[in-house]
Design a binder for this molecule. Structure first.
Ligand code: PLP
Length: 376
């Protein structure tokens, strides 16, 4: 199986597994317990917090562990609008992950409003429209990099255009792949996750800028300084720390390898498969994602493409969600102005720093064969 779905999740690095194991077997204490087993766990959690904070250019007191990107996004949006009551409106780009869009939709009502910023054909927010939402009690949520196309959003320009708002960015796809520093982005809130960077699933963090009166969305424990209730999963937190450390230490090398692989994919696909559109622009994107759609998409079945590729030994994905058994077109590609057929039949290929050149060449052949066959 050739795995080109690293934006969905990644294999956990062996060094990460090794670092996690003692916290499952020997040092299994609860970080809130006062005896030595608990205190050792507390030290590990605080050490991880300090390192992840440092990587993000934040203060340790601004980092709160969660179960991942979904929980961080939900907590920030719902708390800012409700528990903390810091905003009367939420403003999102239409290409956000569902873990931003759905909480934003569900948080409105009862006097709270929702605004959707326009995007261009590459999916980048139209910064000139941002000043219109620059009000003190507004939460703007613009992702750092898109999970379907890899497009990097001009988050800092959004901040410049809307200095008064609360600004959140979902950096789940960018963290560990490109530099992510909270001050460079100008954000008040940020969401990150471990399993996209060869860390374990079920762990992530939220950054909450110091001084913001943020109230928990989840209740029932005083952990994470009352911002997120629940016993800290020490092994996952340590795994996240080691994965983040390794990604940061090797950032440039990994990015170079991944850029070379996506360049090979881009060239090979363009050479072997006629009638396609590359939805990932060549610049201002993550190094690891390339998204393509087919200009004769109405003749192709999006789900069928993925199934045929799977049978041929290639794991990729598309952005279209399967809702109640029926395939829905990608909301990202629709927002970029693509047709419903193109938004249904798109393919996202996402590489890792471990992906080999041979895997890329085989993947191009498999994809070309499958599409040729389906076109008849
Ligand atoms: N945000 C983005 C941009 C993502 O790509 C994902 C994962 O697919 C998430 C949020 C959800 O993160 P997690 O799987 O850690 O809950």
């Amino acid at each position: 199986m050739i795995y080109l779905d690293n934006s969905a999740t990644t294999a956990v690095d062996e060094a990460v597994v090794e670092a996690m194991l003692p916290w499952l077997t020997k040092n299994y204490g609860n970080a809130s317990s006062i005896y030595s087993l608990g205190r050792a766990a507390r030290v590990a959690v605080e050490d991880a917090r300090a390192e992840i904070a440092h990587l993000l250019g934040a203060h340790p007191a601004e980092i709160f562990f969660t179960s991942g990107g979904t929980e961080s996004n939900n907590t920030i949006i719902k708390s800012v609008l409700h528990e903390s009551d810091l905003a009367d409106a939420v403003c999102v780009s239409p290409t956000e992950h569902h873990a931003v869009l759905e909480p934003a939709h569900s948080a409105v009502g009862g006097g709270k409003g929702l605004y959707v910023l326009p995007v261009d054909a590459d999916g980048r927010v139209t910064v000139s429209e941002v000043p219109a939402v620059n009000r003190r009690r507004t939460l703007v949520s613009v992702m750092h990099a898109n999970n379907e196309t890899g497009v990097v959003q001009p988050v800092y320009d959004v901040r410049q255009a809307a200095p008064d708002v609360y600004l959140h960015s979902d950096a789940v796809q960018s963290f560990g792949k490109i530099t992510v520093k909270v001050d460079d982005l100008g954000v008040d809130f940020l969401s990150v996750s471990a399993h996209k960077i060869h860390g374990p699933k079920g762990i992530g963090a939220m950054y909450i800028r110091k001084g913001i009166d943020f109230k928990a969305h989840q209740h029932g424990g005083a952990q994470e300084r009352n911002r997120r209730a629940g016993t800290e999963p020490v092994h996952l937190i340590v795994g996240f720390q080691v994965a983040a450390r390794r990604a940061a230490a090797d950032l440039e090398h990994r990015a170079t390898v991944m850029m070379e692989r996506t360049r090979q994919l881009r060239e090979g696909i363009a050479r072997e498969i006629p009638n396609i559109r590359v939805n990932t622009p060549e610049t201002g994107v993550l190094p690891n994602i390339i998204n393509i759609s087919f200009l004769d998409a109405e003749r192709l079945d999006g789900e069928g493409i993925l199934q045929a590729l799977d049978m041929a030994g290639l794991a990729v994905s598309n952005g279209s969600a399967c809702v109640s058994g029926s395939q829905q077109p990608s909301h990202v590609l629709l927002a970029m102005g693509r047709s419903k057929a193109e938004a249904l039949a798109a393919v996202r290929l996402s590489v890792s720093y471990t992906t080999t050149q041979e895997e890329i060449f085989s993947a191009i052949t498999i994809l070309a064969d499958v599409i040729r066959e389906m076109r008849g």
